[in-house]
Design a protein around this ligand. Structure first.
Ligand code: ADP
Length: 542
């Protein structure tokens, strides 16, 4: 047996092994199945070409049948490649159904013609032991179809290239190079050059061209994870090399060569061990990273959905509140109107006892109206319905007004209320009524939550911002409280509940909404329980 024959045989075995390896990795995947079919057709072709060397020993009829096998392999290969290129790495519709139907019909017809008629291969004659094909009349058409299908496959892969991800591009690129070289080599040695009958034994070299395909595909597999069989293929290659290297010392003629090859074998074992280990680790890492990426994507999707849902609910809630408030305010104002009129004696003089009751009702209703108004303020700010009505305001005047309103309650508790103003404060553009509500709520809290001592309000300008600092000597705030102070319906501190029972936990929330609508900031600080609190409001000077 000559060397060429042995190499052809090994090539066939290797490509078949590769085919099965890819197939066993994922038997359900179409590209893996078709890759195996492609290797079958290559093996048929290689086997057929190898068989040609024995034809001269066979009777004419049998020789002719065997001589037709390479044609079967070739046309089968081109048809399979044509299909494979459409589904690899993913299916993309680039070829119409009609073109596919035509291509596969032609393939079928030519498989039949090349096997069972003498329209393609008419006869075989021999020069020495080398067979020379006597082609039939349809050989040119056969060649044309083979080339058309093969070249279309290459063209389809090239067309897909642009839209692929980077990794897939690399995979397809090497697969493509290997395929193109093999097809060119195979066609030249077995189809085109034999037509000129120049070198009769050229056909034998055909199978060797498949080595290009094997090398490039293997490179794409091991380097760029084509077909995801990198780990196992690396192991196989290392194993194969190991077997060859372990035999070498025994067949070497001199002992120094034996030692040398033995050493190479040991080195290779170490190298192989680390290579396989690294491949394993890398693949595990990648699998884990992929798993995490999938989870992350799912979570992100869910979070986005929730956020959208939340936004929708929030909008619905605000709309609902807005509508309700309008309906609440009207009857409340009516009740308030009547109770005031009752108190004023518009419906006759009231007895002292009744007067007390009606006055209680009046006060309660007033509080309720204030609460509803606060709600309305926030909701309108939130839905952006009400634009701030800004006007030039002398802020210290505004705060003096508030102090005037709050002084009676401070006096009643026996605590002080001080205002310290930096000189020369400029006028600021603000929505007077709203800002007054916000600052009022903060100072009011200072009074409410202080038993002795008092509240100091300081006004100053810093970094082009107005700072309003409201410092009290009251019950102070715990760390956890500070975080949630400005949330809607703040869970009130126990201490605060004791001191001021009718608090609603909404005053600071209102203040925050108003201040933020003015592009300002509000926050609270405290050294701890019992150590007083300081609230800061910052407003930009416009
Ligand atoms: P309300 O005072 O109506 O309960 P707020 O939103 O104004 O609602 O305040 C929320 C809570 O923050 C209060 O219940 C109280 O626990 C706490 N708080 C606010 N201001 C102060 C302060 N100056 N000192 C101590 N605690 C305060």
């Amino acid at each position: 047996m000559d060397l060429l024959f042995i190499i052809s045989g090994i090539t066939a075995l290797v490509i078949l092994g590769l085919g099965f390896l890819v197939y066993s990795r994922n038997k359900k995947k179409k590209i893996n199945q078709y890759f195996l079919f492609i290797t079958f057709s290559v093996v048929i072709w290689i086997g057929g070409v190898m068989g040609l060397s024995f034809l001269h020993e066979l009777p004419k009829q049998q020789a002719l049948i065997l001589g037709r096998i390479p044609f079967l392999g070739a046309i089968l290969l081109s048809g399979l490649l044509f299909y494979f290129s459409q589904i690899f790495p993913q299916r993309t519709v680039l070829v119409s159904n009609l073109a596919n139907l035509l291509a596969f019909t032609f393939c079928g017809i030519f498989i039949f013609l090349s096997l069972f008629t003498d329209l393609i291969l008419r006869d075989i004659i021999f020069r020495d032991t080398f067979p020379i094909a006597v082609f039939g009349p349809l050989i040119s058409l056969f060649g044309l179809i083979f080339l058309a299908l093969s070249l279309s496959s290459i063209a389809i892969l090239a067309l897909k290239y642009k839209n692929l991800r980077r990794l897939e591009r690399r995979q397809i690129f090497y697969f493509f190079i290997g395929l193109t070289l093999s097809i060119i080599g195979g066609s030249l040695t077995n189809l085109i050059l034999p037509q000129f009958k120049l070198v009769v034994h050229l056909y034998q070299y055909g199978p060797l061209t498949v080595v290009f395909f094997i090398i490039f595909t293997t490179f794409a597999i091991t380097r760029y994870r084509l077909f995801e069989i990198r780990v196992i293929l690396t192991e196989l290659l290392v194993g194969l090399m190991g077997i060859i290297l372990v035999i070498l010392p025994f067949v070497m003629p001199t002992s120094s060569l034996k030692i040398l090859t033995g050493a190479v074998f040991i080195l290779f074992c170490i190298f192989g061990y680390y290579l396989i280990k690294a491949t394993h680790e890398e693949s595990k890492r990648r699998e884990e990273a992929e798993k995490i990426a999938v989870q992350e994507r799912a979570l992100r999707g869910r979070a986005e959905k929730l956020a959208r849902e939340f936004e929708r609910l929030d909008r619905a809630k605000t709309q609902f509140i807005l509508a309700t408030q309008h309906h609440l305010r009207t009857p409340l104002s009516i009740v308030k109107g009547y109770s005031s009129m009752l108190l004023e004696g518009s419906y006759g003089k009231l007895e002292e006892k009744t007067k007390r009751v009606v006055s209680g009702i009046n006060e309660a209703i007033e509080k309720l109206i204030k609460l509803v108004n606060e709600f309305l303020d926030i909701s309108q700010l939130q839905v952006g319905r009400e634009i701030l009505k800004k006007e030039e305001t002398q802020i210290e005047k505004l705060i003096e007004e508030i102090i005037e309103e709050l002084n009676p309650s401070a006096k009643e508790k026996g605590i002080y209320l001080k205002l310290e103003v930096e000189e020369g404060l400029p006028k600021i553009k603000l929505d007077r009524t709203k800002i007054k509500t916000a600052i009022f709520n903060v100072i009011d809290n200072g009074i409410k939550y202080t038993r002795k001592g008092g509240v100091t309000i300081r006004l100053k300008i810093k970094d082009l911002r107005l700072k309003i600092i409201v410092k009290d000597t009251g019950i102070g705030l715990a760390k956890e409280e500070i975080k949630t102070l400005f949330t809607e319906f703040f869970e009130r501190g126990k201490e605060a509940e004791k001191i001021y029972t009718t608090g609603r936990g909404i005053g600071l929330y209102v203040a925050k909404n108003i201040i933020e609508a003015h592009r300002g900031k509000i926050w609270g600080e405290s050294e701890g329980k019992g150590k007083g609190s300081t609230f800061y409001i910052e407003l930009p000077l416009e």
